[in-house]
Design a protein around this ligand. Sequence first.
Ligand SMILES: [Zn+2]
Length: 382
Amino acid sequence: MQVTARQKQLLYNLWREGGLSRWELHKRTGFTPNGVGQVAGELLELGIIREGVPQPSKAGRPRTPLEIDTQERHVAGMAIRRGQVSACRLNLRGQMISGMHVHKIDMTDHPEAVIETAANLLPQVIDRKTLGVGVSVTGLIDPEAQSILFSSAVQGRSATQGGISLHPIQLAANDLPVLFDNDMHALAARWALTHQAELNQDLLLVSISEGAVGAAMLVDGKPNRGCVLSANEIGHTRFFVETEPCYCGHQGCLERICSTGFLHMRNPNDQRTLLEQAAVYRSGENDALEEVIQYLGMSLANMVNFVRPNRLVLVSEVTRYPAFTDELLRRVRGAVLMNLVDRVQIDLWDQPAARNAETAGWLGLTGLYCEDWGGMHTNVPI
Ligand SMILES: [Zn+2]
């Protein structure tokens, strides 16, 4: 099913404000009272909204609010990344309501195996109550051909051999709408829907984790389009630094620097992970970690200078550690252009499981609450 623009407008108001009466919805949306009644009727029928508990009002007649129904319908989320496919269900307020199904992928298997696994897993989380599916993939996607062009999830395929088709996943979804997008865009969707007050601002969202650094850029609340469907590949910005080879085929990529492997290369005697070392960071004590901070800080600052966003949001486990974070932010601010530095707001967002199926489910929610998220809507006639 497809949610209409009028239904979305009403739903977005309910999402943002919780319960609203039909009269309040008329005021918020500008629809006629009859129009509100009609759209609300459609959404009640579909099980997307419900009548809330009547509340006393000054006028005497109790006010019955409409609210998002968290019981009846759901969306499914699926994340495809290196070595695993995961899937789960979210209710229409974004809470996970099923267990997390995880299937491991043997990376020595043929590259299409990951798509087969995903297509086999999907039926376990969808049924006739499912409204849509959000599928997040790492790397670059060709929206027209519906294929993965380049991804750590499907190592072993060169660009000249053609992409890997996502079509089996669409087939497995039957006629449900499936929104494929990059995993960083899924995270940005989650941010956008949970911080809707700032939707008119330009935002740079950067996820930093062990061996994986990604970014998404929201312009006016929507991911910037480009020549391919992808997030902004900050993880593959390169430096003249010796690192382990990156799956992209190069050396010196930022995400290879920001890894335990890099720390161990620099200092084989220290076998602690990146996170363990960041936890006890103290200025001047750990040269290898200082190097990681230096390159990370430089990359973030360059990105800010280039994009000049209203906000830079760092999504990471490493920013739990104040000393590490202070030093990183000091580096970023030190390299951001003077006139920008006071205008760009930097926030830390500690979102557990930031890039898994739960976050992919938020892509599915954009189909209900966002006018147009971008990505590729694949309502392929079968
Ligand atoms: Zn790379």
